[in-house]
Every structure is written in structure tokens, then in C-alpha cells.
Design a protein around this ligand. Structure first.
Ligand code: E4P
Length: 220
């Protein structure tokens, strides 16, 4: 499973990237707006920090301007993946951009039917938002499982990116379901490290080590 960070914040990206386990980044208009820079500048700086797929989202809502915006975003850096929303225009733009060889991440996916449309349009990535599905009282993980099954049935090569991840359990369940990628806030990535028995075990190892070798150095 690839791990992406779901943030446009450079400090968070530097911290996450320093662990050597981050494969890419997803941004959206909300995340870019929080950083207060023009999208081109912010995406360029992100590309300097993380060497992997970097999603940058269009804000046009009609197909033709979406395609123009997508081409501009793709020119920023070779690693940019253009994000289009799962609307009729978004699917049309995805189909056009994909035919031009521009990789598209179709975002705001909330149903298996929508995921099927994205795959048929040649999307490189589909982003089902599991946390937001859970918020409505439906089951986000069931959505991931259904998309995995449908894509396998027909051999679609579109990668399934579990988005809107809120907990470590979302990551594990998405991995069990067969999602290719999980995108998560830095906070969730940090939580994946934690286990009380690791801390307790390490503490004991270091105490046992110190008891013998510090005593030996004092004696010597
Ligand atoms: C994915 O690409 C989206 O940016 C993101 O996962 C949305 O998550 P949220 O529901 O926490 O805003």
C-alpha cells in the first residue's frame, strides 16, 4: 500500500517525508487555500519535498476550462496528477486529459457507480472519501470493498486511493480491502507508529543494557 500525505503544509510534509515512507501527496482547494500561496508555487514547493505523485485539483466546473486548467497544473512538474471532481464535466475532462497522457485523480467519489465512471474515463486514481461516507451513517469501507471487487472483475488499472481517512483503523481496513493507496493527515500517519508495548519493551531493553554496561564502565 502506498502512503500519501493529505496536506499542503510544507512543515508537515518535511516531517512526514523525513521518515522515508511517504509515496505521494494529495491536496485539494481547501488545503491549498489554508497555506495562502498561489497553487503553482505551493505545488512546486511540495514537489521539491516529496518525490512521488502530487495531486493538484482544478477549480473550474465546466469541462473545457477544467481541461485547460489541468494542462497548466500538469506543466508545473512531471509528478503532478491533476484532480478532477466526479461530475459529468469532471468525467469528460478526465477522459480528455487521460487521452493526452495527463494522469487524473478523480475526486469526491461517494459511490461504486461513480468509481466505475472514473475507471471508464481512464482515471489514473479514484478517490473514495471514506470518512465523509461514515459521517453520513453509511459504511465507507464497504464502498472501498465494492470498488476493489468491481475493478478486479473487469481488470481496470485505475488505482483506488482511500481518502478522507480519519483513524489508523481506516488505514488498516483499507489495506485489508485492497486499496492501492491511503492518503492521510500527518496526525494519522504519526498514530500508526504508536504501540504501548513497543515503548514499554524499548524502555526495558535500555534499562537492562544500561545496568550492565554503565556498571562495567564505572568498574573499568
Ligand atoms: C483527498 O484527496 C481529500 O483531500 C481528503 O482526503 C479529504 O479529506 P477530509 O474529508 O478529511 O477533508
Amino acid at each position: 500500500m502506498k502512503f500519501f500525505l493529505d496536506t499542503a503544509n510544507l512543515d508537515e510534509l518535511k516531517k512526514g517525508a523525513s521518515w522515508g515512507i511517504v509515496d505521494g501527496v494529495t491536496t485539494n482547494p481547501t488545503l491549498i487555500a489554508k497555506e495562502g500561496r498561489p497553487i503553482e508555487d505551493q505545488i512546486r514547493m511540495i514537489c521539491d519535498i516529496v518525490d512521488g505523485d502530487i495531486s493538484a485539483e482544478v477549480v473550474a466546473t465546466e469541462a473545457a476550462p477544467m481541461v485547460r486548467e489541468g494542462r497548466q497544473l500538469a506543466r508545473i512538474h512531471k509528478n503532478v496528477v491533476v484532480k478532477c471532481p466526479l461530475t459529468r464535466d469532471g468525467i469528460r475532462a478526465t477522459s480528455e486529459l487521460s487521452k493526452e497522457g495527463i494522469r487524473v485523480n478523480v475526486t469526491l467519489c461517494f459511490s461504486a457507480a461513480q468509481a466505475l465512471l472514473a475507471a471508464k474515463a481512464g482515471a489514473y486514481i479514484i478517490s473514495p472519501f471514506i470518512g465523509r461516507v461514515d459521517d453520513t451513517g453509511w459504511n465507507g469501507m464497504e464502498l472501498i470493498r465494492n470498488i476493489v471487487t468491481i475493478y478486479r472483475n473487469y481488470g481496470f488499472r485505475t488505482q483506488i486511493l482511500a481518502a478522507s481517512i480519519r483513524t489508523p483503523n481506516h488505514v488498516i481496513e483499507a489495506a485489508l480491502a485492497g486499496a492501492h493507496i491511503g492518503t492521510m493527515p500527518l496526525k494519522v500517519l504519526e498514530m500508526l507508529f504508536h504501540h504501548p508495548l513497543t515503548d514499554k519493551g524499548l524502555d526495558q531493553f535500555l534499562k537492562d543494557w544500561a545496568k550492565v554496561y554503565q556498571e562495567a564502565s564505572v568498574a573499568g
